[in-house]
Design a protein around this ligand. Sequence first.
Ligand SMILES: NC(=O)c1ccc[n+]([C@@H]2O[C@H](COP(=O)([O-])OP(=O)(O)OC[C@H]3O[C@@H](n4cnc5c(N)ncnc54)[C@H](OP(=O)(O)O)[C@@H]3O)[C@@H](O)[C@H]2O)c1
Length: 247
Amino acid sequence: MTSRFEGKVALVTGGSRGIGAAIAKRLASEGADVVLTYGGSQEKAEAVAEEIRAMGRKSEAIHCDAAQRGATSAVISDVAARYGQLDVLVNNAGVYPLTSLAKCPDETWDHMLAVNLTAVFEGLRAAYQVMGQGGSIITIGSVAGDAAQMPGVGVYSSSKAGVELITRAAGREFGRKGIRANIVQPGPIDTDMNPADGQNAELQKMMVPLGRYGHSEEVAAAVAFLASDDGSYVNGTTLKVCGGMTA
Ligand SMILES: NC(=O)c1ccc[n+]([C@@H]2O[C@H](COP(=O)([O-])OP(=O)(O)OC[C@H]3O[C@@H](n4cnc5c(N)ncnc54)[C@H](OP(=O)(O)O)[C@@H]3O)[C@@H](O)[C@H]2O)c1
């Protein structure tokens, strides 16, 4: 593997499991020191950090409840100060409440917006303060941000539509400082959030021209491209990793 991230420091929110863990390991495998945050899965997060340290990179897992106002900003400032730089931020932490719009409780709505949208806003704003020329921010949205494809997904869709636009806005606003911001929109990816044998799985497979769920590593590969200099002229845009679901 080439070392596209040698000497770089990356922060991945929600790096304890699933897509975030795959992204953290992929960036480290290409030379980055990687800090990952977790909410409830401390053991899993520590295991990912340990795996990364075994690759010879610096890594640590930091508890950061993305639902708490100010928590994401504080971690970004802290990491940039202690490591002396922050080159890559991946806004990945997310929750997926499957609920009808008509019956969605206030608490579900507030928590989802706090994690899926407000924490991303905080991440973008804090990253602007600490990143320099060449910084790269990637937000993990969803194809559900384009359309509420299935019953129960619409509430989640609204947060993923929001993060797409705010991330593209960051690409526009931060570009003059040499910071790029892009959004990756996965289709169905086999994780705890949306297991390939779970609710609506067969329906989702039918909606994907490739006829299968994606793997976390396939999303991580796209993130690594956008984070690296290979994506140096890609800014303020959306990359779909969805097997053609939205073709
Ligand atoms: N899987 C899919 O089909 C799919 C499709 C499109 C988009 N996505 C998006 O991809 C991202 C990752 O999803 P995934 O499939 O990997 O889900 P996952 O396996 O459920 O993992 C979710 C991650 O987010 C973290 N997280 C959740 N709430 C948090 C909080 N309050 N504070 C800090 N961390 C929190 C979790 O950490 P803890 O366990 O430590 O709390 C975990 O690391 C999400 O933004 C999701 O919306 C997923």
